[in-house]
Design a protein around this ligand. Sequence first.
Ligand code: SAH
Length: 341
Amino acid sequence: MNSTPCLTGLTRGELLDIMTQWGEKPYRAQQIWSWVHVKLASDIEGMTDLSKDFRQRLGERFTLCRPKVRSRRISRDKTIKWLLELEDEACVEMVFIPETDRGTLCVSSQVGCSLSCPFCHTGTRRLERNLRVEEIVDQVVLARSEVAVEGGRVTNVVLMGMGEPLYNYDAVVKAVRIMMDANGLAIGSRKITLSTAGVVPRLVDVGRDLGVNLAISLHGVRDELRDRLVPLNKKFNLKALRQAVLAYPLKSGRRVTWEYVMLEGINDTEEDARELVRYLKGIPSKVNLIPFNPWPGTTFVPSTMERIQRFQEIVGQAGLVTVIRDRRGEDIEAACGQLVG
Ligand code: SAH
């Protein structure tokens, strides 16, 4: 793999240090930073307010390594899914979901995934490797520049694409810090959501290091059931998960999002709904009921809309905010769990 570091993988502080070492004025760092994160430059050559000599020097030590767009599909509902090819030809997917008042980008954190949740299409692939910092940040940079062309805007980021972000912790934390930089991509911590299957020991760390919104892939509230649906539960069970979430430093007015994929005959009964209510007692929560998105070869079946609505009623009556997630991008296999690269 190319070992020349990429500019998008640097924090502003690191860039500043490098410029100081090079004997440059601090504003050089600001100029470069702004080209990369605000003007979304795609090459160093185009940074025209830097002298030719300086651009050459910069180009000898750094690259701007946008991933290649292998394919790009636009859904009827305007959801966009990209298949991105990285330097070593590994592929990851990224999805943009435009809404009236915002635009959410769903980014990947790993190539493949190690968790093997049986209902998730990504889970049928082994973990190939972690994404590097720049490969995570580049997804936002690339999407920002591509959707801007159509007048769209990436305002929110969810780490809900391929992979388990908390199993690529250091890279994810650094990438998110770069995205949050107020002089750059400037996506605030309230607009970033990290989704995890529940890597319990890391929840304390994310709370301290990032303080972003938290989404937990729950899917079942009995250990015996959740062990099957989210095998990570065998390591970190429901009780440990609940305690860790209770201790998470939520921003004021924020709730934890619980993802619950509705699987017919598996986790969708009225009793399941009541158990869910008991499990969430005392935690400021929002429940996201996700209609199961089938994929070729799966044996799971989506719950009927009646079941999902009944489930929603029970959870809602208990005072919990409960939404049935839209199947955005379903026609282009961009919906939850349909990402395989
Ligand atoms: N590993 C992290 C990030 C992936 S998020 C996590 O588990 O949270 C992807 C979300 O889509 C998770 O909530 C996952 O459980 C859900 N999902 C996976 N496959 C799905 C499917 N076929 N239909 C609906 N949701 C699915």
